[in-house]
Structure formats: C-alpha cells, structure tokens
Design a binder for this molecule. Structure first.
Ligand SMILES: *[C@@H]1O[C@H](CO)[C@@H](O)[C@H](O)[C@H]1NC(C)=O
Ligand SMILES: *[C@@H]1O[C@H](CO)[C@@H](O)[C@H](O)[C@H]1NC(C)=O
Ligand SMILES: *[C@@H]1O[C@H](CO)[C@@H](O)[C@H](O)[C@H]1NC(C)=O
Ligand SMILES: *[C@@H]1O[C@H](CO)[C@@H](O)[C@H](O)[C@H]1NC(C)=O
Length: 402
C-alpha cells in the first residue's frame, strides 16, 4: 500500500464565532440585577455548571426550539407567548428599498411582558432559503430586515407562507455552547482542522501524527490500474466537518472514497462522488486523473489525506472493466447521494446519534452551518428528507425543528 500524504498544515485564524458568542455578553451586566430566574443566567455559567442545572430545571425536551408560527404580510398579525416575554406579536411588511427584482421585507416584532428583568428570548427565523437568529432582551418593537428576497421562489414563499419563527428556550444557550464542540468542525480554518483532529481523538481514539517530509509519494500513474481504490480522509472545512461526523457514526477512518478506472485508450480516470459542479452542486463525476490529482494536491482546501489501495493481482484479474465503466457512466452527473448517506445514520426516531450529539444538536448545527454554507446544508437535508419521506419539499428546517 502506498500512502500519498498531503502536507499537514496548522494555521491559527481569528475565530469568527467569538463575535457570535460576544453578542451574549451583555447578559452578564444585566444578570446582576434582581429579581432573576435561575434559568435566565444559565447562559453565562460555565457549561459544566449550567448543564446539570438545566437538566434539573427542564429536561432535554424543553431544549427543542418550538415553532411559534409564521409572520405573514399585512393584517395577519401573529401573536404568541414566549419563554421570557409573555406577549409577542409579529407581522411582515414588504418593501423594495434596494430596488431589486423581488424586493425585500421588514419583520416587525413587538415584545412585551417579560416575566423577569434578566430573561431573554432567542429566536430562529427561517424561510426555506435562509435562517437567521436574533435574541430579545428589551420590551419594545424590534425589526428584522430582509434586504432582498433571494429569488422569486423565496418571494412567493414568503408572500404565502410568511417567515417561520422558532423560539428557543433561554436554556437553549446551553445547547449552543455544546455546539462549540461540533460547529468549529465545519469552519475552514486551522482552528477547524484542529477541532476535527481533537474530535476524532476524543470520540474515536484516533490519533494523528505528523509525518516526516515528503508528504507526497512520487507515485507513477502507470502503476495505477482499473479498480484501484482511493481512501480519503478530509479534515478541514465543510467536507472535513462532515467527514468527521461520518467517520464517527460509521466507525470508519476514511470519510470518502474514489475508484480508478482506465479507458480503452489506457487513459486514467477517477470516479468520485461529491465533485462540485459549476452550479455548486455536489454530484458524482468521472474526472481525468491529472485533473483530480491536481485538485487534491493544490486546490482541495479540506486538507485531504489520501491512501492508494491497489487491487491484489488475482482480484485485479477478475475486475470487469467493462461492467465498471457501464456502471460509472450510469451514475455520472447524479446527485451526491446525501439521502443514502444521512439515512445510514438517521434511521430511528431517536437514538441516532452517539452522545454528545443529539438530533437537536444536529438541527442546531445545521442551522448555524446553513448560514455558512447555505446551499450545501439545504441540499443535504433536502435530498435526504425528500428521499426518506417521498416528497419534494423545500426545506429541512421545518422537519428538523418541529
Ligand atoms: C388591513 O386592514 C385595514 C383595516 O382593517 C384595511 O383598510 C386594509 O386594506 C387591510 N390591508 C390589507 C393588505 O388587507
Ligand atoms: C422593485 O423596484 C425595481 C426597480 O424600480 C423594480 O424593477 C422591481 O420590479 C420592484 N420589485 C417589486 C417586488 O416591486
Ligand atoms: C518524481 O518522479 C519524477 C519522474 O520520475 C521525477 O522527475 C521527480 O523528480 C520525482 N519527484 C520527487 C519529489 O521525487
Ligand atoms: C463484463 O461485464 C460485461 C457488461 O456487464 C459483460 O457483458 C461481460 O460478460 C462481463 N465479462 C465477464 C468476463 O464476466
């Protein structure tokens, strides 16, 4: 077995999430005022402390975001009772401030009757095309701007179905903290990469040691034959994070595979699922070896670690190249196959995820992640859920969070 190792970098980047965390810090100041409710200050306690308290107070089910309704245009005002603020109303106003084709909108929220001085409500606002968060600490009218609808489809959707609003319990911040274990896996930073390695070590006992140079074996293309297998482990960026979870749920140490094929002229190709096409979709593709290899060496930001596993001569003799090509061509251009993949790990109502992951955490990750990689996250869940439910539905958000 020959191992082709790409260099193993470690960069330290400024962590964007700190900014995200930062938005909760004002709480600390207000938390000093009395009277307060214990769950109000949970977010500012260290997780080791806050989780047991939280579990005692609520139980896991209370951590699920709840759908409070959809804010619709004009006279259809939505009202609901929050966790902190007991009287809330929301309505949607369309505008065309940017003069774009479909215009945008303003979501008006009137928040009042807080049950204590220190509490806050945390909301997720979703359309099939976007997810955003906000939190409210003060009784007053708040607005949330949607400068431009993403497309005619979003415009039409919002006109008829409104903007879905999900309430997260105040204690949900505890879960958000748990996200920091999982969320950084998906960031394309040295921090994300180290998070992946740390996660695999902690949860799978897998250790990573830096190899001596050179990191790329000088393999000759002539030595690669039809049927030879490429086992790939990506540890950085969106694929890195996804592969980490995949490795973990499946127990494998490779998160991705590809197969080599030679055509009748002897030219070497690689059949791979998860190739990004021009429209940004992940599809099954057959690529010339040179192109594939060049990409892996120079352009793949997932820091791939690739092992070439050639077929044993006797097995190679049995490998039916014609049949392999027939199959590869029949799959070329098809979607990546998230449906198969995800449902290899989501196959029961509960108990799908090894701790500390739970369905809710996954939903939350996907929510956050979809802000980073909107089309990717949407594709993944759409494909998977539509396959499972036999539907052609718009959004994973509604399934996961309800
Ligand atoms: C909203 O209600 C007001 C008063 O009831 C009415 O004049 C107005 O036309 C309504 N607007 C829409 C868009 O239905
Ligand atoms: C918004 O304004 C632009 C420019 O005036 C116009 O072309 C577009 O149709 C408007 N969109 C809507 C939804 O009114
Ligand atoms: C790899 O092989 C090629 C051709 O055999 C040779 O020119 C090149 O110097 C080799 N590179 C390394 C790093 O050994
Ligand atoms: C190889 O596959 C082709 C196409 O499926 C089939 O026609 C042929 O008989 C197979 N060859 C052998 C040796 O099994």
């Amino acid at each position: 077995m020959q191992i082709l190792i790409k260099k193993f970098t470690s960069l330290f980047w400024v962590i964007e999430v700190l900014g995200f965390l930062g938005m909760f810090f004002p709480l600390q100041i207000h938390a000093l005022k009395a009277p307060f409710h214990p769950s109000d200050v949970l977010p500012v306690l260290p997780r080791q402390v806050s989780w047991p308290i939280l579990n005692y107070l609520n139980g896991a089910a209370d951590l699920l975001p709840s759908f409070v309704g959809a804010a619709l245009p004009a006279n259809n005002t939505l009202d609901w009772k929050g966790a902190c603020f007991y009287q809330n109303t929301a309505w949607l106003e369309f505008h065309n401030k940017t003069g774009s084709q479909f215009g945008g909108g303003t979501l008006h929220l009137k928040i009042s009757h807080a049950h204590s001085w220190t509490c806050m409500d945390l909301y997720i606002f979703a359309t099939p095309y976007r997810v955003t968060w906000d939190y409210y600490f003060l009784s007053r009218e708040h607005t949330l701007e949607f400068n431009e609808w993403d497309s005619e489809a979003e415009y039409e959707y919002v006109k008829h179905k409104g903007i879905s609003i999900f309430l997260m319990q105040a204690g949900m911040l505890g879960t958000l903290q748990a996200l920091w274990d999982v969320f950084p896996l998906f960031t394309n930073t040295g921090w994300g990469e180290n998070s992946n390695l740390g996660f695999l070590k902690k949860h799978m006992g897998a250790s990573f040691e830096q190899r001596p140079q050179p990191w790329v074996t000088n393999v000759s293309v002539d030595d690669i034959h039809s049927g030879d297998f490429l086992a790939i482990s990506k540890i950085r960026g969106r694929w890195g994070g996804f592969e980490t979870l995949e490795k973990w749920v499946s127990g494998a140490y490779a998160g991705h595979t590809a197969v080599c094929l030679r055509d009748s002229e002897g030219k070497l190709w690689v059949g791979e699922s998860g190739h990004e096409d021009k429209e940004g979709r992940d599809i099954i593709a057959i690529m010339p070896w040179e192109e594939w290899w060049e990409f892996e060496l120079k352009k793949d930001d997932a820091n791939p670690h690739i092992a070439l596993l050639p077929l044993r001569p006797d097995i190679r003799a049995k490998f039916n190249e014609t049949a392999a090509w027939e199959y590869a061509r029949s799959m070329d251009g098809k979607p990546y196959g998230y449906h198969n993949l995800i449902f290899s790990w989501i196959d029961t109502i509960d108990g799908n995820y090894p701790p500390p992951l739970d369905a809710h955490l996954v939903a939350s990750v996907m929510t956050v992640w979809s802000q980073i990689q909107p089309s990717y996250a949407a594709n993944m869940w759409n494909e998977a859920l539509n396959k499972r439910l036999g539907t052609k539905v718009f959004s994973w958000t509604c399934y996961l969070i309800r």
